[in-house]
Design a binder for this molecule. Structure first.
Ligand code: FHN
Length: 595
């Protein structure tokens, strides 16, 4: 049995978080005053980084505290907004990288109670409001970067460290020998305050671990374990010693993943308030992100950046209210749900599941982003469907479901008759009640429209090289650096014919920056045909599930498959290009029938 920090949270301690699925992130601090503009110059980066972007000296940035008076702040109102949005927890910046404590700290006077005319402790007010409303309060704490502290990371303009740093090269930022002093004198005592002054805290959300040693990450985890054993430790404590995995900002994995994980996401392109950022995602986009993340087994932590007056921006309020209205009707398909049992993404939407609890049969929820014009065909469900209806339809009018078994390829297919009109313009949910627990055949199969998608999650990975990779990570195969490694899929062909083959690779990056490697040379083998090609960006397709990064399509050639049945497709690289260290990041191979 593992001990201390090596022991992940029990299922019992994670239960509320798995049930919750949707939380509110709040980035609020002194940076809300400049709101993205410093001395008339626009900050091209996220609002809360303004001090670093303009290398504002500590003495000058500190002056902002004297002007911080968010008299319109109303903790009860913020909690009401979260609750009405259908959110179950709030994570708020108790201290961001600028080092300013947004609560009453005895460790440093650089805090909202001692240094501002406001003089109130918003965390205390939020803790009370959350308790009343049954919302879990959680704290964000920047445990490595503190631009106000001479020993912490991130501020070489006031406290030179000998490193030549630009704003954006944080991956290369290294601890100074005095860093442990910051941990002992500020970070740990402040985390202790946060865990002792505000009652039970749901989650401690550390950030930007940089080059924390494993021992240091464990110390920050142990601190939480010691004071509030039930408090979940966020994945960005570093070195994988948190209780769940935090995805990169706005990054959504390409498939359902095992384990607990979360996506922190912006509503526009900033976390802290930026007066000139009007690039708001629509409610539809946000709802689809929520549904998609939950269907892959994750939590969605959606951000707002309140103003220096203490108000959540109106566009955020509108979107949250609309999401709440959708959840009021469709929440059954979200809260505590299990991930898409098919594993990979569908073009039309996605799937969540509620499993039997002994009395109820399993329910499968089909979340439609695109409402089908024709009867909808779902492949691979071995269960009998006992009932089908629209979740939004309170009369529970039955939908007709016709099952079919295609014997020669051992394939199950359901055809569902749907009304002409989608019940919801954003996401419409169809409920399939099953005869028992979900029983899905995940062997990739040709769909009714003739297409075949072979996803990375369903590939057999052959680590024939030095044995270190490639690895399935975040729903793609990545870290594919060794040309001896290869992938294969077995898949069912129902209607033989000629297919165009397209290899889909995935972009990565930070805040929309594209990191994508092309130029890999591969040989693809299927049905006695071998196709040699180079992975190029023949087409880039907007990926609504991962707004900031595109799917990059590369045409490989065509193949004729003459017989129905189970076939195999192999992808073997001849040359891999590795500019971004991730090498060949393969999401899927698509076979598209020729007309
Ligand atoms: O640098 C921070 C950033 O300001 C923001 O707080 C995000 C939220 O996930 N975390 C860091 C970057 O990943």
């Amino acid at each position: 049995m593992m001990k201390g920090h090596d022991m992940k949270k029990s299922d019992e301690a994670m239960a509320w978080w798995r049930e919750a699925r949707f939380g509110l992130f709040i980035h609020w601090g002194l940076y809300a005053i400049p709101a993205g503009v410093w001395k008339g110059v626009e900050n091209p980066f996220i609002a809360e980084w303004i001090m670093k972007v303009f290398q504002i000296p500590v003495k000058e940035y500190e002056q902002l505290a004297g002007d911080f008076n968010p008299v319109k702040f109303d903790a009860e109102e913020w909690v009401r907004v979260a609750k009405e949005a259908g959110m179950k927890y709030i994570v708020i910046t108790a201290k961001h990288h600028d080092g300013f404590a947004m609560y009453d700290s005895k460790v440093s006077d650089y805090d909202i109670v001692d240094a501002t005319p406001f003089g109130r402790d918003p965390m205390k007010e939020l803790a009370e409001a959350c308790r009343k409303e049954g919302i879990r309060l959680c704290f964000y704490y920047s445990h490595v970067q503190d631009w106000h502290h001479p020993d912490a990371l991130g501020n070489p303009w006031d406290y030179p460290s000998g490193q030549e740093l630009t704003v954006y090269n944080w991956e290369e930022e290294k601890q100074k020998p005095t860093f442990p002093r910051y941990l002992e004198e500020k970070a740990k005592p402040q985390v202790r305050e946060l865990l002792t002054q505000y009652g039970p805290i749901g989650l401690l959300w550390y950030d930007t671990p940089y080059d924390m040693t494993k021992e240091q990450s464990k110390e920050m985890t142990d601190l939480v374990r010691e004071i509030q054993p039930d408090c979940i430790v966020g994945g960005r404590v570093g070195n994988e010693v948190g209780d769940y995995e935090e995805m990169d900002d706005n990054e959504i994995p390409a498939a359902a993943l095992d384990g607990d994980w979360q996506v922190p996401a912006t509503m526009n392109d900033t976390w802290g308030f930026k007066k000139n950022d009007h690039n708001w995602k629509s409610t539809q986009t946000l709802l689809r992100l929520l549904v998609d993340i939950v269907s892959k087994g994750g939590n969605f932590l959606l951000n707002v950046g309140p103003t220096a007056e203490g108000l959540i921006p109106q566009p955020s309020l509108e979107r949250l209210a609309e999401m709440g209205r959708w959840l009021e009707i469709n929440g059954e398909a979200i809260y505590g749900s299990k991930p898409n049992p098919f594993g990979s993404e569908f073009d039309w939407g996605t799937v969540t599941v509620q499993s039997p609890d002994g009395t109820n049969p399993a329910r499968m929820y089909l979340h439609f982003f695109d409402w089908p014009a024709e009867p909808f065909v779902l492949d691979g469900v071995r269960n009998k469907v006992t009932q089908a209806f629209l979740l939004a339809d309170t009369s529970r009018q039955a939908l007709n479901v016709a099952p079919e078994y295609i014997e020669n390829v051992d394939h199950h297919r359901l055809t569902i008759d749907l009304p002409a009109q989608a019940p919801d313009e954003n996401v419409s949910v169809v409920v399939l009640e099953l005869d028992g627990d979900v029983d899905i055949d995940t062997t990739p199969a040709q769909r009714a429209d003739g297409r075949i998608t072979l996803s990375a999650v369903h590939a057999d990975v052959h680590a024939a090289g030095d044995g270190t990779g490639p690895a399935r990570h975040k729903g793609v195969v990545e870290n594919w650096l060794d040309e001896k490694d290869w992938l294969s899929w077995r898949f069912k062909v129902l209607e033989p014919g000629t297919f165009d083959i397209v290899v889909v690779t995935a972009e990565g990056g930070y805040h929309g920056e594209s990191q994508w490697d092309g130029g890999h040379e591969i040989t693809l083998a299927v049905a006695d045909t071998k196709l040699a090609s180079t992975i190029n960006a023949d087409e880039r397709v907007y990926n609504p599930r991962c707004v900031y990064w595109q799917d990059v399509l590369s045409n490989v050639g065509k193949v004729t498959i003459k017989k129905a049945g189970v076939h195999t497709l192999e992808v073997r690289p001849d040359k891999i290009v590795t500019a971004w260290k991730q090498g060949f990041r393969l999401k899927s191979v698509k076979l598209v029938p020729r007309p």
